[in-house]
Structures are given as C-alpha cells and as structure tokens.
Unconditional design. Structure first.
Length: 94
C-alpha cells in the first residue's frame, strides 16, 4: 500500500472551472443577496394592499366591459336583467 496521507482538504484545494453554469449562477445569486433583495414572504399589510389594488383594477375593467355591452345592446341587457330578477324572485319565494 503506497497511499500517502496528505491531511484534510479545504475548499481552497478544489479546482473548479470558473465558467460552468453552476458557478455563474452562484455568482449571480451572491450578487442578488448582496443587493439586499428578498424573495420570501411579504409583510401582511403590503400583501393586502397589493391584492386590494389588483381587485380594484379587475373590478374597474369588468365595469367598463359591462357598460360597453349594455350601451351596445340595451334591450338584450334589459331582458337578461328581467330574467335574472324573475329567477331570483322565484327562489326567494320558496
């Protein structure tokens, strides 16, 4: 047996190709962490505000579409409203 003991290895002893995809990604991840960006959970208040803003924008878009549809075909929209009113009235009367 001609094995020789060289002692414990350190990370500095490992020679890696500096241009592999994983080392490039490691460097980019380190740069992102140094910038202070976080990708974890947001504070609750901020999350609620963002969700409320999205819901408000969604509601405004739907309202605009509905107004356009009613203005384009008012008779059809009135008949739909009448039919829904009758159905809801029948369900409530039960």
């Amino acid at each position: 047996m001609s094995e020789t003991y060289t002692g414990p290895t350190t990370p500095d002893d490992i020679e890696a190709d500096p241009d592999t995809a994983s080392t490039v990604l490691d460097r980019q991840a380190d740069a992102i962490l140094l910038e202070g960006r976080t990708f974890g959970a947001r504070p609750l208040r901020q999350a609620v505000r963002e969700d409320a803003a999205r819901a408000r924008a969604w509601g405004r878009e739907r309202t605009t579409r509905l107004r356009g549809a009613v203005q384009a075909e008012p008779v059809r929209a009135s008949l739909y409203a009448l039919g829904l009113g009758v159905l809801i009235g029948l369900l409530v009367a039960r």
